[in-house]
Design a protein around this ligand. Structure first.
Ligand code: ACO
Length: 509
């Protein structure tokens, strides 16, 4: 590594920083180089160089002893002789501070010792949108954005997509290990036996307008579940958490399907416990007059794979939200409803809906170059392209492209596919996209698959939210059990007015 990199580790989400929705704080990646340079680090380097001579004379170095937990520490790989610290010199005072580095990370709280006067607050770091700030230590999902790697609990997404099922993967995310046959049977039984919803929920679903967006209905309904299950407030009780997990994972497809049926004015279809998780979801969505719905196995498996791919994605916007809201110790229904709301946005889980709208707007393959020109001029975005973390390719997008062709073979080719392929072809060659490392993300092809499967565009973000529920709960539980975490409370840099006197209204101009 040619230059030292820093990551501001903070003991709970948002703590010393401004809170920005749309933010994606990074998880500490054991043994991996921190992805982005700490804001102001270059300034620190300059400070160190300028002060070097002076330092030799003064020689005062204040050592901190607040390293992160050292499991899987990088120092063990790199030899004992290297000092895993960074020295920062404050040119205002000439003092130097030696901060511990663990996992290529310094603790943001270590900066607070750096002050001119003893009564000063001390230095804080500024990182809008969490470009270079880890908000937690996590053991759930690992991403190497440069190499295009995604792993759940150590298992590659490619292997899980090929060999696992969504429910098995959800178990892995939640419990940390793949289940034994008996554990899987028990887990499937419990999820399946929590798919029904209280009849009163149907009543307030009926209250939504006929053209209500299903994502809005799902957010509200999940939030409302907290009023049905008072035991959910007992968040430090493992049994209670387990029960709410069955309910949330089990009821998500039911609520999503009911929201969809409501928009069509069709009667709700109750869960069929003999079907698989995705098969039952298709049943509740599409069953009409048949006595027994039998899902098409290709579509059932395609949906299951899509669910696996969407199950977790470390500290993205919605996961950051579930952790932030959960840090106030609210019940999991309220916390996950907030996460669904975060996912709804067009820059996050709402992007799949926007991709299809964009492809319709482009209209034909011939018009793609003209559209790309507009993107490059900054007039619009190429939706489904770009990612905060993936700067090479999104491994999920590759798998999805393959699944797309399997669905098209069965359902017929989506007419928008040619336009999508042309956008991808031009963008992958064009300097604008290459320079900015913009590649198709998970949402670029999912919309086309969902459309071919018969879903209206408004259901696309809902299809994302259903499987992400398991990831959100895993992250929420990890937060609750992490002794270092506290209520999420960022700092700010106040640049508003200093004190002013109140003027009576008649004196105001
Ligand atoms: N089309 C055109 N230009 C883009 C795009 C895009 N889709 N994405 C990023 N850029 C440009 C930006 O304008 C910026 O250019 P500049 O350096 O000249 O100012 C540069 O690439 C870097 O982009 P940022 O906005 O800094 O990247 P950031 O990491 O903040 O944003 C995001 C990531 C939100 C995903 C962005 O790429 C985007 O808006 N993509 C389109 C929406 C989308 O597909 N979202 C789904 C993401 S996956 C998910 O959440 C499930």
């Amino acid at each position: 590594m040619s230059s030292l990199r820093l990551l501001a580790a903070i003991p709970f989400p948002f703590k010393p920083l401004r809170l920005f929705h749309g933010a994606q704080p990074l998880t500490v990646r054991p043994g991996h180089t921190a992805a982005l340079h700490f804001p102001g680090f270059l300034l620190w380097c300059k400070v160190i160089v300028i002060a070097a001579g002076w330092l030799a004379a003064s020689g005062e170095v204040i050592r901190m002893d607040s390293a992160l937990p050292t499991t899987q520490s990088k120092s063990s790989e790199t030899g004992a002789s290297r000092r895993e610290t960074v020295t920062i010199t404050d040119n205002r005072t000439g003092k130097s501070y030696e901060l511990p580095i663990t996992h290529d990370t310094i603790r943001a709280m270590d900066l607070r010792q750096i002050k001119v006067h003893p009564e000063d607050f001390g230095l804080i770091s500024y990182d809008p949108a969490y470009n270079n700030t880890a908000s937690c230590i996590s053991r759930i999902t690992y991403i190497d954005g440069d190499k295009g790697i995604l792993r759940y609990r150590g298992y590659s997404i490619e292997e899980l997509a090929e060999k696992s099922t969504y429910l098995e993967t959800a178990y892995l995310l939640l419990r940390g290990e793949l289940p034994t046959a008996a554990q899987l049977k028990d887990w499937q039984y419990n999820v399946t036996h929590h798919t029904f919803i209280h009849e009163s929920i149907k009543k307030f679903l009926d209250g939504f307008h006929y053209d209500a967006h299903p994502m809005g209905m799902v957010i509200s309904t999940i939030a409302a579940l907290s009023t049905f299950y008072n035991d959910a407030k007992d968040i430090f009780n493992e049994e209670s958490r387990r029960k709410q997990t069955y309910r949330l994972v089990g009821k998500m497809p039911t609520i999503a399907a009911f929201a969809y049926r409501h928009t069509l004015g069709m009667p709700y279809v109750y869960p069929d416990n003999d079907l698989s998780y995705p098969g039952n979801f298709l049943n509740m969505l599409f069953r009409t007059s048949e006595t027994r719905y039998r899902p098409n196995p290709t579509l059932e498996r395609a949906l299951d794979i899509l669910f696996i791919l969407h199950a977790d994605h470390e500290q993205n916007c919605s996961t950051n939200t579930v952790r932030g809201v959960g840090s106030s110790h609210v019940d999991p229904y309220s916390a996950t409803a907030a996460a669904i709301a975060a996912l709804y946005g067009p820059l996050h889980g709402g992007a799949n809906e926007e991709v299809v709208r964009m492809l319709h707007e482009i209209g034909s393959v011939q018009k793609v170059p003209e559209f790309i020109k507009r993107v490059k001029a900054g007039e619009t975005k190429l939706m489904g392209f770009g990612h905060r973390v993936y700067k090479n390719y999104d491994p999920r997008a590759r798998i999805i492209k393959r699944v797309a062709y399997e669905v098209f073979d069965l359902m017929g080719k989506n007419p928008l596919l040619e336009i999508a392929l042309e956008c991808e072809r031009i963008a992958l060659e064009d300097e604008y996209f290459v320079k900015r490392k913009l590649y198709p993300n998970v949402d670029f092809y999912t919309g086309l698959i969902y459309q071919s499967m018969g879903f209206p565009t408004t259901m696309f973000p809902v299809l994302f939210a259903i499987p992400r529920m398991s990831g959100w709960i895993a992250q929420w539980e990890e937060l609750l059990l992490d002794a270092e975490q506290k209520i999420a409370r960022p700092r700010q840099i106040y640049l508003g007015y200093d004190t002013r006197s109140y003027a009576p209204i008649e004196q105001r101009l």
